[in-house]
Design a protein around this ligand. Structure first.
Ligand SMILES: N[C@@H](CCC(=O)N[C@@H](CS)C(=O)NCC(=O)O)C(=O)O
Length: 207
């Protein structure tokens, strides 16, 4: 059975949400970062970065949330959660996954690091204003893409929407505006999925 390591909140939600969308059984191991459980020798052997999520399936170990959600989708080709490799649709799927992880997420991560994550002496309060300004550019791009379609790839929900939806929930938790009614409606649509409600319940239960 698949095991996913994560914290109570964070990017491991993407992996769990993907597994819930695919209907794949899994065990969730909740690590407590305040106790350094992501920095033990045993955990670093799985994920040398000491980060979550990490997915383990027997001898197979996979890190990076974007890789994990795509791998889960590819195990269930009939569900259409990622288009088949080698097609133009797959190329656009990857385009949106990379866009979320490299453009949309970065201002959120910068703001989060300089508000909570880094030790106080390493925080630079001025970069928070920069991150807030940077946030408006990728959200405008996302909003334009969604103005004529319900999901990033079109009519069908894919794992690219898991990555985008998670990032928009993260933005809301930081109090950042999504900047358009289109994006607010999209966030409500993807964050209202039953698979995400099941994910949240598993994270709270911690197993
Ligand atoms: N690029 C990685 C980022 C993973 C990441 O930074 N995870 C955070 C939690 S959301 C973490 O493990 N932080 C612990 C640390 O930095 O020590 C991914 O998308 O999986």
């Amino acid at each position: 059975m698949i095991t996913v390591y994560g914290f109570t909140v964070g990017r491991a939600s993407r992996a769990l949400w993907a597994l819930e969308e695919a209907g794949e059984p899994y065990a969730f191991v909740r690590l407590d970062p305040s106790l350094g459980e992501h920095r033990t020798e045993a955990y670093l052997a799985l994920n040398p970065a000491g980060k979550v999520p990490t997915l383990v399936d027997g001898d197979f170990v996979l890190t990076e949330s974007g890789a994990i959600v795509t791998w889960v989708a590819d195990r269930h080709p009939g569900l259409g959660l990622a288009p088949p490799a080698g097609t133009p649709a797959r190329a656009h799927y990857l385009q949106w996954c990379f866009f979320v992880l490299t453009e949309l997420e970065q201002p959120l991560w910068t703001q989060t690091k300089h508000t909570f994550v880094l030790p106080p002496k390493l925080r630079v309060p001025q970069v928070i204003d920069t991150a807030k300004k940077e946030w408006s550019r990728p959200t405008a791009v996302l909003s334009a893409q969604l103005s004529a379609r319900p999901f990033l790839l079109g009519e069908d929900f894919t794992m690219a929407d898991v990555l985008a939806g998670h990032s928009l929930a993260w933005a809301r938790s930081l109090g950042l505006p999504l900047g358009s009614d289109t994006l607010e409606a999209y966030a409500d649509r993807v964050l209202g999925r039953p698979a995400l409600a099941r994910t949240t319940a598993r994270e709270r239960a911690g197993s």
